[in-house]
Design a protein around this ligand. Structure first.
Ligand code: FES
Length: 111
């Protein structure tokens, strides 16, 4: 199991959950009622699943694709460690992953 920590926009801990390798971060967020809209459900047609990854965890992730980088360019409040939650797959080697949900991600759909 992988420990996933969701931080609020102000950096305080909102929720810490356990997730399985192979799960998509966006699905873990939805399962635990985190306010990530993910309007296109992962077909890379929005940036509403934008999260800011903890710096040390960010370096452990496979790099973003060009398509993901292009979408991150239009994400509100993007930083150097921003990623799209629909593109992050949890893997065996991970012990934990910490992400902050930016304040712009408040337009969720009641998941
Ligand atoms: S859900 Fe739309 S790009 Fe991630």
């Amino acid at each position: 199991m992988i420990r996933v920590r969701f931080l609020k926009a102000d950096g305080t801990l909102d929720k810490e959950v356990q997730a399985e390798p192979g799960q998509r971060l966006l699905d873990v967020a939805w399962a635990h009622r985190q306010p990530l809209e993910g309007a296109c459900e992962g077909v890379m047609a929005c940036s509403t699943c934008h999260v800011i990854v903890d710096r040390s965890d960010f370096e452990e992730l496979p790099p973003a694709s060009e398509e993901e980088e292009d979408l991150l360019d239009i994400a509100a409040h993007a930083t150097r460690t921003s990623r799209l939650a629909c593109q992050i797959i949890l893997t065996e080697g991970m012990e934990s992953l910490t992400v902050r949900i930016p304040s712009s991600a408040t337009n969720w759909m009641g998941r």
